[in-house]
Each structure stands twice: as C-alpha cells, then as structure tokens.
Design a protein around this ligand. Structure first.
Ligand code: ADP
Ligand code: MG
Ligand code: MG
Ligand code: MG
Ligand code: MG
Ligand code: MG
Length: 701
C-alpha cells in the first residue's frame, strides 16, 4: 500500500447508496486497464516481500512487554531517515535500494518492503535476507531504547483486560469506539481515517460487532466457563479449527484482533496476464500448505488456543456479511447468500488453461451477474469475468467524499476499493495506472516468522516455486472444496506434523507424453550433480529472464526437468499420467514438500529441479540450500514451527499454571526470548537448526 490518501470518510449509511456507482466505475476502470494491458508483457520477473512488525515496549523493572502505540511518530522518522544519503553507507552492498516503510492497521505495527523489487536471479535471492535485516536494523536503531521490532504473528496478550497491554494504555469504549469492543480501545487502531472507518463500517454493515471465536486449549487446570464442556478429546488431541458448539473458546470482538496480526506476503510480476492467471491457480492449493508450515500464532487474548494459525481470526474480524448473507435469515434486503467472509480462501481458479476443469469448482460461489455480463460483453472470457464478478458481490467499505467522482482513465481507486477489501489467500493484481508495473500475483497466506532467516527462506522458496511452476508447466489443480478443507486443517494445533493435506500427485503436463520428449531431449542428470552443466544454460536464460513458458524454452527441456523432478529413471518412458490419476490425495507435509519417494516429486523436488536447470555457481547453490533446508526439515518435523516453539515456551515456563493463561510475566519472557533468538544471542536449534547466526547485537546506524 502506498501513501494513504487523505479525505473525509463517509459512514456506512452514506457509503451504501454509492455502492453501485463505485462498482460501476470500478469495472470501467478495470476495463480501461484491461484494454491497455491485455496484450502487453511486463518487464520480466520482479518480486518483493512485505514484512509486518509489532513494536514491543519493554518495562524491564516490572517485567512487562507491551505494544508501543507510536507508529505515527516512528514512521515519520523512518520516512525521513530513508531519504538521508548517510544511510547509503550502511546499506549492504547486495541491496539495490534503501527499503521503504508503510503504515498498517495496528498503531503498534509497521510494514517494510524492499526499496526496489528483487529479480529472480539466484544470486540476488541470496541477498534477500540481508535486505530484510537491513530493514529491521533501520527500524531498531530508530526506536526508543526500550522498544524493539518483533515479527510475531499474534501478540499473545492483545485484548486482555486484567492489565494494560499497550503503551500508553487505551481503554475499551463500547459506546463510542469504532469497534465497540469490550476488550480493545480506540488507540489500538491506526488513527488514519481509513482504519477506524473500515472498522466502524464493517460493524455497521454487518449489523453487529464482529464475533471471533477460537477454540481454547484445555490444560489440566483450565477454567471452563459455565455452561460449556471441554471437547471429548482430552485437549491433547487436536480439535477442529473452529470451536464445536458448547465447547470453550476464546472470544474476540474487534477488527484489531485479526488485522492486528502480522504476516509475510510475496508479490511477483508475471510475464503477461495469462502467466499471472496460471501461477495464481497453481498457488491456490499451495496457500494452505504454507499456512500450516509457517504457523506462528498459538495464543490470543491472553490464552493458549487449540489452533496454531491466525487465518480464521482475521476472517471473522472483518466479516461484514449481514445475517441474510450469512444464511441466518431468509434473503429479503440483500442480494446474495455469501458463504465466506471477505477475508478468506480463494473461491475460483481463473486461468484459461484447459486443465482448469469445471469439476474443480465444487463450492457455492455467488457472482455479480451484471458485472460478469458487462465484462463478457467487453470481450473477457468466462473465467476472469467470474473472478471479478465474484469480487464485486461485495460493497465498498470506505469512501472519501472528495473522490466519489473519478477520471476512470486515470484512476483505479474505485476498482481497488472493492479489490483491496477482498482479502483472499492469493490476489490477482492488475497493473496500476500510469506505471510500468505489469500483472502481478500476491501470495498471502503465510504467517510472519520470528527471524529474517526464516522470512527470507519462505520468500525464496515461494519465488523459486513459481519459477518451477512456469518452467515445467506444472498442474496443481484440485477441487476447491479440498483446498478449503486444507485451509481449516492447516490451522489446527500441530497441523504441519499431525495432519494430512490433500494435494495433487500428478503434477506434470499430461498432454505431452514423456516418450516424445525423451527422444528430443538431452540426457537427464540427477538433481544433485552437474549444477553448472552447460546443457542447462538455455533453460536458465529462459526461466531466469522470465520468458513465458513455451516460447523459447522447448517443451522437450521442460519435460526433461519434469522427469528430473520426479526422480524417475531417465530411460523410463511411461507417461506419468498413466500411473497417477487426476486426483488429490491425502499426504503428510513431508510428502507434499519433500516428495513421496515415488512419482510425486514434492514442491521441493520441483524447486530443486528448477535450480538444477539453471547455470548457478556452487557457492550460490550452497547459500540457497541453507534456506531450502529450513523448509525441508520443518516439513519433516525435524525443525518445529514457530507456533510449536511459542507454545512450548509458554507451557514450560516456570510460572505457567497449566491453566492456558499467558500471564504478563510469561509474555515478557517470551517476547524477550524472541528478540534474542532473532539477534542470535539465544540459541534455538529446534527451530532454526544448528547453524543459525542472528542479526547480531543492536548497532546504531
Ligand atoms: P500491498 O500492500 O498492496 O500488497 P505493497 O506495496 O506493500 O503492496 O507491496 C508490494 C510488493 O510488491 C513489494 O514487496 C514490492 O517490492 C513488490 N513490487 C513492486 N514492484 C513490483 C513489480 N513491478 N513486480 C512485482 N513486485 C513488485
Ligand atoms: Mg503492503
Ligand atoms: Mg496491503
Ligand atoms: Mg501489510
Ligand atoms: Mg495491509
Ligand atoms: Mg500485500
């Protein structure tokens, strides 16, 4: 998000009558962009991450860690600092530009992005961590001495009412605050008009406060509220991600509980719109897998939850659907029954690829038919028209009175109004107006990790995975209902180790029998050998420079890599599609990432094959391997998730009373420990492996 435009925000009652106008012009704006960009190519792969931080304020004397509400001041400082030429001399040589910092929903939050997007070049991937650390270091050295930036997905004591959890204190006001929350005060929210308005208008549209319920983790001494019963499992088996009726839950009632969580997002530019749509689709089933693997939020409102991840909390925290839309009342005033919150998993695949079959769309998806019709009449295909039509079932939530009438050629604001409040796991981003930036895809499911080593590792992995998807023309399609099932399973406690997830096993293109390519292609080397083999150089130039799949890189090459990835012998010519059906099967995380030892290569298998197809020097390969190993071993369960680490820290704390409560004292020690781990002064080999070196002592820039 760029600079937040200032203006006079309208209430929900004022916005509602404008909804049709905003949607109508939003579509006009989209179509103008479509006409400009439908046949244009971007400038090759550029990508960037977004990292969100919380600023912790330590009171060492009283052993308290609180959320510092100084975002406005801190951002002002960071923005002027980043313009200071003196900063250049601290910039790691590998960084292309001074990073940028952005506001976020919580007044205790910051967001950073690289100053200039990264390329897909393997040697530039190696510098991602340095860039992230530079950002953290800039933040760190411009905070007060008792403040520290922490990359924690959910602050365990956000919303407790027994003691202050913010610095300064902010008190709930159920009559006047934008959320009407009984737990959090107005000061918790970014004061920019957009955020309180969003909060209030979601509540007004919905007709009540948001209602967030997360299953409570039941320990030996956990107090169970009257009228509720612990689930039949003794609390040590993982329960469902949403509380069963009659079972204890953690209650939350404000947007801040969800939008106040931190995540790690990756945006990358595609070659053209078709490639963006293909990669979008391939990432849809990957989103829940990566949510489980990055799970980092086991506690909410001062209590341990029986889930490890934030997703349902955010979904419920911005759920603006009316009772009619939620199906609690017959439809009378509203137009659609809407099964999901605006913040939820993807509902539709969008590619025109023939492999995107109708039967994968097996859930109920309301579509704005008038919008869809208009798009189709303009020449869009059914798939993309349905996607936009689905986004446009929503109402605009924030509108400023100054910008109701826009120049639809020069602005995308009305389109973005609807688009940017559809918070799905993957986002298809059209080119901005008056910008060289092309079609992009954003990967949004991951939880932020406590160290930049991990954040870099997951960013690099996702970027390499997108390269493999394009280079090998991979097929990850599976029914959307199964993706949704995975999404819930991904949030369960210890999901990465304990759960199985559906994933497609037959991932290679089926319209091109292997035998044909085997005849045409060079001998295949196993993934571990000849990293610099010159026979690979052609596919390197194609993939690294981002030539769209199929144009320069012959199918034979692609197929050969596919064989490498599958680990099957280079002389075998049985088409894989004969061995594997067109279906998603339940697999462990280890199998999905590292392969099943048979014909399914795993996501790491295709990433490795892609890397082997490039002309990468051994040093770079070793450097990248450090990051990929984190993912490999976490998927095996040999390294634990941040959620498991945090949960273990809490439950093994000397003052923990086995009552699910995360006290002030535990919270303080936890946040201190997280900061120490990040700096490398507290070892955590169970989380990061043996070789982790942190960002070092706090220096001054
Ligand atoms: P939002 O908050 O809307 O998702 P941000 O502007 O915060 O977007 O982050 C966008 C990310 O996209 C940044 O990491 C940025 O480096 C990256 N980015 C910028 N330009 C491009 C581009 N042309 N192609 C791909 N990614 C880009
Ligand atoms: Mg952003
Ligand atoms: Mg954003
Ligand atoms: Mg953000
Ligand atoms: Mg944001
Ligand atoms: Mg984003």
């Amino acid at each position: 998000m760029g600079l937040l435009a200032l203006g006079t925000p309208l209430t929900w009652d004022e916005t509602k009558p404008l909804a049709e106008h905003i949607r109508d012009h939003g579509i006009t704006q989209f179509l103008n962009t479509w006409d400009r960009w439908k046949d244009k190519t971007g400038k090759g792969l550029l990508w960037g991450d977004e990292i969100e931080y919380m600023v912790s304020s330590f009171d060492d004397e009283n052993k308290r860690a609180k959320l510092s509400l100084r975002q406005t001041e801190i951002l002002e400082k960071l923005q002027s600092v980043t313009l200071d030429p003196a900063l250049e001399k601290f910039k790691p040589t590998s960084c292309a530009a001074i990073p940028t910092f952005h506001p976020e929903y919580g007044r205790y939050m910051l967001e950073s992005t690289p100053g200039f997007p990264f390329s897909g070049n393997p040697s530039s991937l190696v510098s991602v961590e340095a860039d992230m650390r530079f950002r953290r270091q800039i933040i760190r050295s411009h905070l007060k001495h008792h403040e520290v930036p922490i990359t924690l997905t959910a602050w365990p004591r956000l919303g407790v009412t027994d003691s202050a959890f913010t610095d300064p204190e902010t008190h709930p006001d159920t009559e006047k605050s934008s959320s009407r929350s009984q737990y959090v005060g107005e000061l918790l929210t970014n004061p920019h008009a957009r955020f309180p308005t969003l909060t209030a208008n979601i509540r007004s549209r919905r007709g009540s406060k948001v209602d967030i319920r997360v299953p409570l983790f039941i320990d030996e001494n956990t107090q169970i509220p009257d009228g509720l019963n612990a689930p039949l499992s003794n609390g040590y088996g993982s329960g469902p991600a949403k509380p069963l009726p009659g079972t204890p839950y953690i209650h939350m009632d404000a947007m801040a509980f969800g939008m106040g969580c931190c995540c790690l997002q990756i945006t990358f530019q595609a070659w053209n719109v078709d490639e963006a749509r293909r990669v979008y689709d391939a990432l849809v089933p990957v989103a829940p897998i990566m949510l489980a693997l990055t799970a980092a939020s086991p506690a909410f409102r001062g209590q341990l939850a029986d889930v490890d991840a934030r997703w349902n909390v955010i979904a419920a925290s911005v759920d603006d659907r009316t009772e009619e839309e939620r199906g609690l009342k017959p439809l009378k005033n509203d137009t659609y029954r809407i099964p999901k919150s605006r913040y939820d998993s993807v509902d539709l695949y969008i590619s025109n690829d023939e492999r995107n079959k109708p039967e994968y769309h097996d859930i109920d998806v309301p579509v704005n038919q008038a919008v869809k019709k208009r798009l189709i009449e303009h020449g869009l295909d059914d798939k993309l028209a349905s996607h936009i039509g689905h986004l446009f079932i929503r109402d605009p939530l924030v509108q400023f009175s100054e910008t109701i009438d826009q120049d639809d050629v020069e602005s995308m604001d009305h389109f973005e109004n609807i688009q940017s409040t559809n918070w799905q796991t993957i986002r298809f981003k059209p080119p901005p107006v008056n910008s060289p930036i092309g079609w992009r895809v954003e990967f949004r499911s991951m939880e932020v990790q406590m160290t930049d080593f991990e954040n870099a590792a997951f960013s690099i992995f996702i970027v390499l995975l997108t390269r493999a998807i394009i280079s090998f023309d991979l097929n990850f399609y599976m029914p959307i209902s199964k993706v949704d099932e995975n999404m819930q399973g991904a949030q369960q406690r210890n999901a990465s180790v304990a759960n199985k997830f559906f994933f497609r096993r037959n991932v290679f293109p089926s319209d091109r029998p292997l035998a044909r390519f085997d005849l045409a292609s060079r001998p295949v080397s196993p993934p571990s050998s000849s990293p610099t083999s010159p026979t690979h150089s052609r596919s390197q130039s194609s993939a690294a420079n981002h030539v769209p799949n199929g144009n320069v890189n012959g199918n034979g090459h692609r197929r050969a890599h596919a064989r490498e990835a599958s680990g099957s012998s280079s002389t075998c010519s049985t088409p894989i599609e004969n061995e594997l059906g067109d279906e998603a099967v339940a697999m462990t995380m280890d199998e999905i990432i590292n392969g099943d030892g048979g014909s399914f290569p795993g996501l790491m298998g295709v990433v490795n094959a892609y890397l082997n197809s490039l002309n990468v020097d051994v040093c770079t390969k070793c450097d990248i391997r450090r990051y990929l190993d984190l993912i490999k071993y976490r998927a095996k369960g040999q390294l634990i998730t941040p959620a498991t680490w945090i949960r273990q820290f809490i439950t093994s704390h000397p003052s923990y009373k086995k009552d699910s409560v995360v006290s002030d004292e535990i919270n303080y020690d936890l946040v201190k420990a997280i900061d120490e781990i990040e700096r490398g002064v507290r070892p955590a080999p169970e989380l990061l492996g043996k070789d982790y070196v942190g960002s070092g002592p706090t220096g001054c820039l």
